[in-house]
Design a protein around this ligand. Structure first.
Ligand code: ATR
Length: 279
């Protein structure tokens, strides 16, 4: 590696000004007194190949990959982890000592760890989960739920074709529902997950009834801005336990930090507060 002694990692995306990843990794670098940097690598689609090809010679141990490159970047990896292969997208790159690039996807891990941290556990013999959405984020959520051994995964999505494709790609115990069939899909579910971008700041609201959901069910949102989405507020009001989306973001960052900097960092209240602080 050519670049000084500082260990370098970064984030490749376009744009990346809204990304919280630099705050997360900087917090951990400081906490663990590691001489390192986590840098923004703003890259438009035309320059993606160049950015990836030059990571090694610029001394990077790795990088995160975010929109719009999560799928395209995979083509430039020498190695791809099974989870990334399954999802058809990467969010983390490890630069090996000989310069080879390895692509991983830690979104499934982030989602699962967030549920674990909230002490979510399956209750019935044949647990059912309802998922709103069938985009890239929903793919990671559904794949993670499959590993948790849900008996049935019900996907509710506006565009049926997209839901169908997701179900075909991931296989197994998935059933798909139209948006206007959401009540039917929620009935009997132990968990409801919003894996759409609806309800996020700057996006349309998530306009869906949850009355068909048992008040014993849990409700998780992958949206973290705002932290308490309208969905989570409504769920909490009717007695459902809720899980916000920030934890998924924080936990997906852990394996990357460990691979680049050699320490498995902690997700705690101090980090959550730091990341949420407006600058
Ligand atoms: P990401 O990769 O972040 O998941 P995406 O692939 O664009 O982003 O997926 C966004 C999800 O939010 C999709 O499930 C999308 O539904 P469609 O498949 O019908 O597009 C859903 N979504 C976005 N805007 C929506 C809206 N106004 N109403 C209903 N669903 C919406």
């Amino acid at each position: 590696m050519k670049n000084g002694t500082k260990r370098l990692a970064g984030i490749i995306g376009w744009p990346i000004s809204h990304s919280l990843s630099p705050k997360i990794h900087k917090f951990w670098l400081k906490t663990h007194k590691i001489e390192g940097e986590y840098l923004p690598l703003e890259t438009d689609p035309e320059h993606l190949e160049y950015t990836l090809e030059t990571l090694f010679e610029r001394g990077f141990r790795g990088a995160n990959v975010t929109l719009p490159h999560k799928e395209e970047a995979m083509k430039f990896m020498k190695f791809v982890s099974p989870q990334a292969e399954k999802l058809g997208a990467i969010n983390t790159i490890i630069v090996h000592e000989n310069g080879d690039l390895e692509g991983r996807n830690t979104d499934m891990y982030g989602f699962t760890e967030n549920l674990k941290a909230a002490s979510f556990a399956l209750k019935s013999d044949e647990p059912i989960v309802a998922v709103l959405g069938a985009g890239g984020a929903a793919r990671a959520v559904v794949a993670a739920l499959q590993e948790m051994n849900f008996y049935e995964i019900r996907i509710i999505n506006r565009t049926m074709d997209k839901a169908r494709r997701l179900a075909e790609d991931l296989g197994g115990n998935i059933n798909i529902f139209e948006w206007n069939e959401s009540e039917k899909a929620m009935a009997g579910a132990e968990l409801l997950v919003n894996a759409t971008s609806l309800g996020m700041e700057g996006q349309p609201p998530l306009d869906i009834e949850i009355d068909a959901l048992s008040d014993k069910a849990w409700v998780a949102d992958i949206v973290y801005a705002p932290l308490q989405t309208e969905l989570l507020k409504r769920a909490a009001k009717r007695g459902n336990k809720t899980i916000d989306g920030l934890g998924m973001l924080l936990h997906q960052a852990r394996p990357a930090f460990k691979a680049w900097f050699g320490v498995d960092p902690e997700v705690n209240e101090k980090l959550r507060k730091f990341v949420l602080e407006k600058e």
